[in-house]
Ligand binder design. Structure first.
Ligand code: BG6
Length: 476
């Protein structure tokens, strides 16, 4: 019993939330660089407000982030010390193809990641690489309207082919697109979409989704052709929906909501558009332009494994106006009276993780990978920079126990677990530094002040012990 010997323990980051150095090494701007902190962030993320360059009125946290661009080696050293078997990271698209439509890649960008992969190899840490984590070269948005344009398939696959070929032998685990369903909820973050007055948003989003799905299938096929040992996964912003009551229409609403996310994974894992989606397009009069061989492309390259992020479950009802709603999370949800909430209003539900794993395993029968999970909380370091983050340990302990139960009791196949923001980084939803997830504290505040120095928290040593005992000793 217990987790398999090869279970992949580790942590996760994304380029845009950690690297900084956005105009260094030949890189150019991306959508994620022009997201400020403050109230406008939400409007921009939703595609309701245009932001295509930096202005004087806003603060843009991705500019410097936690300066991983210059501090990668130090951070990898810390991951190695914790005993990481895997490190999930993403590549910055505009570091490799600065404009996105360039014909040749930027060698300096390619070299930057090559050095990182070689360093990881020295420490026997397997990279798990997200090709696109909310990250789209700004030029592609300005010139082509981003993913609503079919040409994006060409640009994305050129980029994917370049990196998969270049890092052959150094990288074996790939994720094509991070939280692909976020496109529906934060269309500028997930797809670089900015809406025009009066257009059919639903149609634009599903058209962009179609392009992403074809591009993802082509990248999956390329990865297998280039190196048959490559393992490619899709990636869902996960969390299952509970009906608020046992009224059948509430349960029906829960199925409907879950399908909004599963739609993407149904295509990526099974290679086919699910009937419920085709019916939706028909019913709502959405015309999604598809080319003749698109279905063949989707069918030819299902992913090898299904990965997802899990922070919380959701609660839904056919009569949402009757209930109090939570704040803070990207997914609107009714407040579940049985669950506690984080400081940012995300509801904590470890058993929901086990439920999600079971639901997904039943649905896809493919190995699963939890590639994000964690507690965003305010940390207060002592005079030596040390944080006693027992609350984070507690959160992680409960979630680890939940996935162990899913493996040991329910028999699901789980490849690994990478906690989100293993080193503190900027939050995607708010751009704040103060929403910290890490085992490593970074001296930086929400206004960009601080030395950027790294400090080990209590959870650093705890996670080290968890990995050392392959999840057997969760005590602190
Ligand atoms: C996921 C993203 O949505 O959740 C990450 O893939 C993000 O990029 C994480 O950081 C946590 O959300 P937040 O808003 O707390 O950073």
């Amino acid at each position: 019993m217990g987790l398999s010997k090869g279970f992949l323990w580790g942590g996760a980051t994304a380029a845009n939330q950690s690297e900084g150095g956005v105009l260094e090494g030949g890189r150019k701007l991306a959508n994620v660089d022009v997201l400020p902190t403050g109230p406008d962030r939400k409007k921009i993320a939703a595609g309701n407000m245009k932001m295509s360059e930096w202005d004087e009125q806003h603060y843009y946290p991705a500019k410097e982030a936690i300066d991983m661009y210059h501090r990668y080696m130090e951070d990898i050293q810390l991951f190695a010390e914790m005993g990481f078997k895997v490190y999930r990271m993403s590549l910055s698209w505009s570091r490799i193809y600065p404009n996105g439509d360039d014909l040749e890649p930027n060698e300096e960008g390619l070299l930057f990641y090559e050095k990182i992969f070689k360093e990881l190899k020295k420490h026997n840490i397997e990279p798990l690489v997200t090709i696109a984590h909310f990250d789209i070269p700004l030029h592609l948005i300005k010139t082509y309207d981003s993913w609503r344009n079919r040409q994006m398939i060409t640009f994305y696959t050129r980029y994917a082919e370049t990196v998969i070929r270049r890092y052959k032998g150094l990288v074996h685990y790939w994720l094509t697109i991070n939280e692909i369903n976020i496109l529906l909820h934060q269309p500028f973050i997930g797809g670089g979409l900015v809406f025009e007055e009066g257009e059919n948003r639903e149609e634009v989003k599903y058209q962009a989704a179609h392009h992403q799905l074809v591009a993802s299938a082509l990248a999956t096929k390329l990865a297998h052709d280039i190196d048959p040992t490559n393992q490619v996964g899709c990636m869902l912003a996960g969390g299952n929906s509970y009906p608020y009551t046992c009224r059948p229409e509430d349960y029906q609403e829960a199925i409907k909501r879950d399908r909004e996310g599963y739609f993407f994974i149904d295509v990526q894992a099974r290679g086919k558009y699910p009937n419920y989606a085709l019916k939706k397009f028909e019913r709502e009069g959405l015309t999604i332009m598809m080319e003749d061989d698109d279905h063949e492309i989707l069918d030819s390259a299902p992913v090898d494994f299904v990965s997802f992020s899990y922070y919380s479950s959701r609660t839904v009802s056919a009569h949402p106006e009757d209930y109090e709603h939570t704040t803070g999370n990207v997914f609107g949800t009714i407040k579940n009276p049985h669950l506690p909430s984080t400081e940012w209003g995300w509801q904590v539900d470890p058993l929901g993780l086990r439920n999600s794993l079971n639901q997904m395993y039943d649905r896809y029968q493919k190995p699963l990978f939890i590639v994000e999970n964690g507690l965003g909380a305010v940390d207060v370091p002592d005079e030596n920079g040390y944080v006693n983050d027992e609350y984070r340990i507690d959160y992680l302990r409960q979630h680890i126990q939940a996935f162990k139960d899913a493996v040991e009791i329910d028999g699901i196949e789980l490849l690994g677990y990478t906690t989100w923001g293993c080193v503190d980084l900027i939050a995607a939803s708010t751009g704040q530094m103060s929403k910290r997830y890490g085992f490593v504290y970074v001296d930086r505040d929400d206004e960009g002040n601080g030395t950027l120095e790294r400090f080990k928290k209590k959870s650093f040593y705890w996670y080290q012990q968890v990995i050392e005992t392959n999840g057997e000793d969760l005590s602190s």
